[in-house]
Design a protein around this ligand. Structure first.
Ligand SMILES: [Zn+2]
Length: 446
């Protein structure tokens, strides 16, 4: 008889399946491959030696962060209370002077630690030196989807656009050979940092390898102007459609969309990753989430990078997403809790093209599971678990985290990442970041 990897008992399972089922007093059994073998009310026979007793607490799918820049933890809080353009002018030179493989490993590992402790089990990452992020994957157990970044400028790697295309070709060839879906991605930064010729070539490369696209689009009014100037008056979404990059893409932000843009997104089966914390903090505007839903567009949730959103908190993102739509529509019934929870779980999985594997707790799916602290004051009492999750729970309530059947956080502590070491390493790099920024600003003011 095969050995089960894990059993969770006494669980109030919030499945986030198609019906939004909740199974009380349940047992989840995870098989030897990390897949959910059974979910049922009451006790279930199993052979696992690792057993987590949820003591009646909420057990739910791991959260999916569908837009982040994990390595950017190194620059957290570097440019606050300023607009996106000023913030980027401060950030980008600092990145160029600080980033190398080791620095990105440190920043990403801190990001993975923060993510896992906060219940995020999967992240669609966009950052320089993505090999570094993959090194963190193997250590931490976190699922991190990575891609080569495509920009016109050389960036911190440093690589010319031509060299980036060559690298991307090799990256995707290796990704396809390994069968690892989390690497079969390309990340053109945006339509404001790339010209039409570049975008067309990126689309052809993606087509050659069957790769998915992760791109910033329609984040700020300033971006809309830049794109209109650069691309004959078109919107970012029109440019992406015209260059064959829109189909099934993940569009980070999608704040400033026309009705025609929304139609294009729906027709191309692209997903929008709504990043409400970053958008509200940078005063970028409020995404048309209700209109996107009406058009049948899949809307996921993201934190954006910790330099602009400052933290990797999807509970905050859930809260802000729901509240902003209720407030701007003057209707508290819109975007109910289960819809918001879907955005943070199954919709993220759909955006990443892995909803057959993660995003809900169902038999046959991977065991990416969070156990919430049953003794949390803010989770007492719980009348409606969906509402409790979206309107009351926070990162501090995450008690255990399981990825692919492996326990990576237990009793609110990381079991895979050396917490003290990672924090110390990034603290050291922080002082180098500050010196680099001061140097750049001194030169600029001369
Ligand atoms: Zn971003």
């Amino acid at each position: 008889m095969s050995t089960d990897m894990l059993a969770l008992i006494n669980a109030r399972v919030v499945t986030v399946d198609a019906q939004g089922s909740i199974i009380d007093n349940a047992t989840i059994v995870v098989d030897e491959n990390g897949l959910i073998r059974e979910i049922a009310s009451g006790s279930v026979a199993h052979t696992a030696t690792t057993v987590i007793d949820a003591r009646g607490g909420i057990v739910m799918p791991g959260l999916v962060n569908a837009h982040a820049h994990l390595g950017m933890t190194l620059f957290r809080g570097l440019g606050d209370d300023m607009n996106l353009e000023d913030f980027l002018a401060r950030l980008m030179p600092a990145e160029i002077s600080i980033l190398n493989h080791d620095a990105v490993v440190a920043g990403t590992e801190l990001g993975a630690l923060e993510s896992l402790l906060g219940g995020i089990t999967t992240t669609l990452d966009m950052y320089y030196l993505p090999d570094a992020a993959q090194e963190v994957v193997s250590r931490s157990g976190a699922r991190i989807f990575s891609a080569p970044n495509l920009l016109e400028s050389d960036g911190p790697e440093p690589l010319s656009f031509e060299a980036r295309m060559q690298w991307s070709d090799e990256w995707l060839t290796a990704a396809n050979a390994s069968g690892n879906d989390s690497l079969n991605w390309l990340a053109p930064h945006s339509t404001y940092l790339l010209g039409e010729d570049h975008l067309v070539r990126i689309a052809a490369l993606a087509e050659k390898h069957g790769a998915h696209i992760h791109v910033h689009a329609a984040e700020t009014v300033g971006e809309m102007k830049l794109v209109a100037n650069r691309h004959d008056g078109r919107t970012p979404i029109q440019v992406l459609a015209d260059t064959d990059l829109l189909t099934e893409a993940v569009l980070a932000h999608g704040v400033h969309l026309t009705d025609e843009d929304i139609e294009l997104i729906a027709d191309h089966h692209a997903s929008v990753t709504h990043c409400p914390a970053s958008n509200q903090k940078l005063a970028s505007g409020t995404a048309r989430v209700l209109d996107l839903h009406k058009a049948g567009v899949n809307v996921a949730l993201g934190t954006d990078g910790p330099a602009s959103g400052n933290d990797l908190d999807l509970w905050l993102a859930m809260r802000l997403a729901g509240y902003a739509q209720k407030n701007t529509s003057h209707d508290p019934t819109v975007l109910p809790a289960l819809d918001v929870l879907r955005m943070a779980t199954i919709n993220g999985a759909k955006a990443l093209h892995v909803d057959h594997l993660i995003g809900s707790l169902e038999v046959g799916k991977a065991a990416d599971i969070i156990v919430l602290d049953v003794d949390s004051p803010s989770l007492t009492p719980v009348f409606d678990p969906h509402v409790a999750i979206v309107a009351a729970a926070g990162r501090g309530d995450v008690y255990s985290v399981v990825v692919n059947g492996k326990v990576v956080v237990h009793e609110k502590r990381s079991l895979t990442i050396d917490h003290a070491h990672v924090v110390q390493r990034v603290r050291e790099l922080g002082s180098q970041v500050m010196s680099a920024v001061e140097e750049v600003e001194r030169t600029r003011h001369k």
